[in-house]
Design a binder for this molecule. Structure first.
Ligand code: HEC
Length: 121
C-alpha cells in the first residue's frame, strides 16, 4: 500500500515536471501536492487541539480512541466522511468550532496516520 503511494507520488512529480516543460497544468497532480500540504496543516492543528485526548500521532495516550490503527478509517472510509464527523463532533470538549477546511486538513492527517495518503519525503 505505502509503496504503491510512493510510486504514485514519484510518477506525479515526473508528470508535473513534464507538464511544466510542455506548458500545461496537471490538475490531478496538483491535487495530490495540495493534499500533502493540507495533511501537514492538519498535523499542526492536531497537536494544538486533539493530542490532549487522542495522544501524539493519535496513539491513544489520552482518554479517547486510538486514531492510527486503521479502525477510524474503516468507520469513516473517505476523507469527506471523516471530515464531516470531525467537524460535527470534535473536539469533544468544544464541537463545532472547526471550519470545514480545518476538518478536511485533520481528516487528511488522520488518513496519513493510517497510511492512506502519501507521507512527506
Ligand atoms: C476532550 C477530549 C477530546 C478532544 C480534545 C478531541 N477528541 Fe476526538 N474523541 C474523543 C472521544 C471521547 C471520542 C469517542 C467518542 C465519540 O466518538 O464521540 C472521540 C472520537 C473521535 C473520532 C472517532 C474515532 C472512532 O474510531 O470512531 C475522531 C475521528 C476524532 N475523535 C477526532 C478528533 C480530532 C480531529 C480532534 C481535534 C480537532 C479531536 N478528536 C479532539 C475525545 C476528544
Amino acid at each position: 500500500m505505502a509503496v504503491k503511494h510512493w510510486i504514485g507520488l514519484g510518477v506525479g512529480v515526473v508528470a508535473v515536471l513534464s507538464a511544466g516543460a510542455l506548458g500545461y497544468h496537471d490538475h490531478q497532480t496538483a491535487a495530490t501536492t495540495s493534499q500533502l500540504q493540507e495533511a501537514q496543516a492538519g498535523a499542526v492543528l492536531f497537536q494544538q487541539m486533539c493530542e490532549t485526548c487522542h495522544g501524539p500521532g493519535g496513539n491513544g495516550a489520552g482518554n479517547a480512541p486510538v486514531l492510527n490503527d486503521g479502525s477510524v478509517t474503516t468507520t469513516y472510509p473517505t476523507t469527506t466522511a471523516l471530515a464531516t464527523f470531525i467537524q460535527t463532533h470534535m473536539p469533544a470538549s468544544d464541537p463545532g468550532i472547526l471550519t470545514s477546511q480545518q476538518a478536511t486538513e485533520l481528516a487528511l492527517y488522520i488518513r496519513q496516520l493510517n497510511h492512506l495518503v502519501p507521507q512527506q519525503p
